[in-house]
Design a protein around this ligand. Sequence first.
Ligand SMILES: [Zn+2]
Length: 439
Amino acid sequence: MSNIAKQIVAMSPNTGNTNKGQQMASTDKHWQLLAQSSQAIWAECKGTSVYYVRISKDVVRFKCSCKSRYKPCKHVLGTLFLYQKHPQRFAFNNTPVWVRNWINTLPKQTHQTFNEKALASQLLAKQKKAQERVQLRTQGIWQLEQWLLHLIEGGLAQTHVQTHEFWEAQASRMVDSKARGLAQRLQQMGGIAVAAQQNWEQKLLEAIASLYLLICSYKKLPQLPPLLQADIKACIDFSWRVGITANTPVVKNTWRVLGHYVSKASDGVISAYTYLQHPKHPIALLLQFWHENQAAPLLFRVNQCFEHALQWYPSNSPLRVALVKPLPVKNNITLNNTSPTGLLSINNMLNNYAQALAANPWLTNYPVLLSNCLPMYQSGIAYIQDENLQTLPVTFKGDIWELLAFSCLQKITVFGLWNGKQLNILSVWRDTTCMVVTQ
Ligand SMILES: [Zn+2]
């Protein structure tokens, strides 16, 4: 890879974006127009619609008409990769109005050419921005610590503790501080306080203690082992991605979708959680984000199977994965008409969970697949029972009788998320029939 190509890669906000840009540059089908002047290069790039890409030749400024939240987006990266490889394909044309208007908005620049020095200055600007984000997070976390100490000082009996506004205001501050993971924790804690179910004070105190441990660990981040650092960063903000590198193993297999749900944050960012399984690997979580104003990415349905290469993000308890290449628009997704095979013993599951929790104490929503279990309902509480007659409390969104009727007193396979107290069921199978629980 040439130095210029390396610097284009370094500009990219993440590996997925880089791969998409490289893929776009490697084929002719996207490019309707490629042109340049002494000041800029521009391109019309056909994706789901036609996007207009403008890049100043000093490569400090770029603009694309798409709504991607990644800057630079895959269209800008694709144009850069293409220009770096085949500059002769960019004809010297008259500058069209949409490029000229954009150039006029730029600050006066010294005339530079498209070279390593210019890319290096772009890279420096990116590093500075990353540093600013870290600073913003650190300030936000410091403020959160003061807020938590103040809360504990006043006690959980204060009336405002049991209002949505109290928790939402602090969660919004965390979103502004680029700490979306902490915002989500605060919203969950608000849910516990407002719902005020039995023992809510104890549950809330546990969540506060876990959050405080996270804050204390963040303060000691540089002294901690690299995998723990990666987990702490991922807890603070999911997009604070750590470390998929060229050396991270690539695992290619046929994956089955075990469960899927979507959640929307107050600022319009939608997250899709998809759990994937292959019997030889731990259950993987694929997270997709987009803004409500953007087109949704290709989403999955439970029980679909597809062949693809994945990489696990480095973690003490590996769960989240990235797609090595974007999914093709028309991919070879098929429906599976067998039921997945999970663990047979609740005891074994709990042992695995204990090990994962010891490695990553902030683990929430541990994915669990259990086969041959019987759903039960007694004294207002729903359970599943394994072959050894051991039981596990479950939550089921919807009418519990629906689950009991689905089972018809037969053994079923259950997929759900274990939070240390209850298994939140996402999907179930009886023989080859699958039922998805709407979240
Ligand atoms: Zn774009």
